[in-house]
Design a protein around this ligand. Structure first.
Ligand code: UD1
Length: 337
């Protein structure tokens, strides 16, 4: 029996594929490589097994997903395949709805047609929009503030509705802000084009690919004026997926679970730890607030501890040290410079 990982060549997918392999599962990766590369697949294979099955396909194609399920005797699915840039989603809403909702329909249909019931879905804390209160629990109000967030909410609702009338059991993992890399430095985050996320951006400043980091807003109502997020090590997240699959019960229906550390860190705090890890003071400038940003958000991770027996245990320092290790080994990502 095997676990199918859609989007398994991406940032979180690649780390999760490695940890799922270590848990004793047979892993099959399906990815259309629209935001990743065969070099990522090769790196995953170097950390798992040289013949780890990889299928280049669009997860929206339920016929292909169905064939993979049958061929590899898949009995569990972790569905990552999706676009994830907030800013791009504002410019290309149709592409975001089409890809993110389409792939979730394709995967779900193929699972039901082939009698596979266990699904872990890659969701995001973006479903909480701008929260009135922090930390957020799974029952905090939801609401999207951009098309990317809306696609995650639509997919969650779709899965609630499908699980209610089928044998599908779904656990939607709402990730906070994933950073870091595998301790080997062989796999990591490799954004195509100029990164929009904080840590990939500052790492590219550190290796000289970008001039300076803009701090988006120093006038928020937070202790140092910069925005606060719950940064979580991608290896902790990866282990969260194994814990989710291990804990799923038949007919559990739909459950949403936060995967965060429960601690908020400001942009300036992240920058200070990055400077310490890298050993230089990165050039920065204060810029205005970024449209669509929330002021502060961090998780209440209690439910993950109760249901999955999981909690994050890697520090912000470890996240940045591992991210830096990957960036130093791969200054231009998986691509040769
Ligand atoms: C958002 C979503 C997250 C999603 C991610 C995908 C929320 C709360 N979070 O993360 O769920 O997975 O998008 O891309 O909606 N910053 C700078 N300078 C930069 C880049 C970022 O100051 O060059 C600041 C941002 O303003 C923000 C913080 O750093 O305050 C984190 O930003 P980023 O890494 O882009 O993640 P989110 O927008 O929080």
């Amino acid at each position: 029996m095997s676990v199918l990982v859609t989007g398994g060549a991406g940032f979180i997918g690649s780390h999760t594929a490695v940890v799922l392999h270590e848990s004793g599962r047979k892993v099959v990766i399906l990815d259309d490589l629209s935001n990743s590369s065969t070099a990522a697949v090769d790196a995953i294979r170097s950390l798992t097994r040289p013949d780890l099955p990889f299928v280049e396909a669009d997860a929206a194609d339920s016929d292909v997903v169905g064939r993979v399920i049958v061929e590899h005797e898949v009995d569990e699915v972790v569905h990552f395949a999706a676009y994830k840039s907030v800013s791009e989603s504002v410019e290309k809403p149709l592409e975001y709805y089409s890809n993110n909702v389409g792939s979730t329909i394709g995967v779900t249909r193929a699972m039901i047609e082939n009698g596979v019931s266990r699904l872990v879905f890659s969701s995001s804390c973006t479903v909480y929009g701008e929260p009135d209160e922090v930390p957020v629990t799974e029952s905090s109000p939801t609401g999207a503030v951009n098309p990317y967030g809306a696609t995650k909410l639509v997919c969650e609702q779709l899965l609630v509705d499908v699980a209610a009338v089928s044998a599908l059991d779904v656990m939607a993992l709402r990730y906070f802000n994933p950073v870091g890399a595998h301790p080997s430095g062989n796999i990591g985050e490799d954004p195509i084009g100029v990164p929009t996320n904080l840590v990939p951006y500052l790492m590219q400043v550190a290796v000289g690919r970008l001039d300076r980091l803009s701090v988006f807003g120093e006038d928020y109502d937070t202790p140092d004026g910069s925005a606060v997020r719950d940064y979580i090590h991608v290896m902790d997240l990866a282990h969260g997926h194994v814990a989710a699959l291990d804990s799923m019960v038949p007919h559990g229906r739909f459950t949403a679970v936060n995967l965060g550390t429960g601690e908020g860190h400001s942009v300036l705090e992240v920058l200070a730890v990055a400077n310490e890890v890298i050993g230089i003071s990165l050039p920065t400038q204060v810029a205005g607030r970024r449209a669509g940003d929330v002021e502060r958000i961090w998780a209440d991770p209690t439910l993950a501890a109760q249901l999955l027996g999981w909690h994050a245990n890697r520090s912000l320092h470890e996240m940045l040290a591992d991210h830096w290790h990957w960036q130093q080994k791969h200054p231009t990502g998986y691509r040769a410079s």
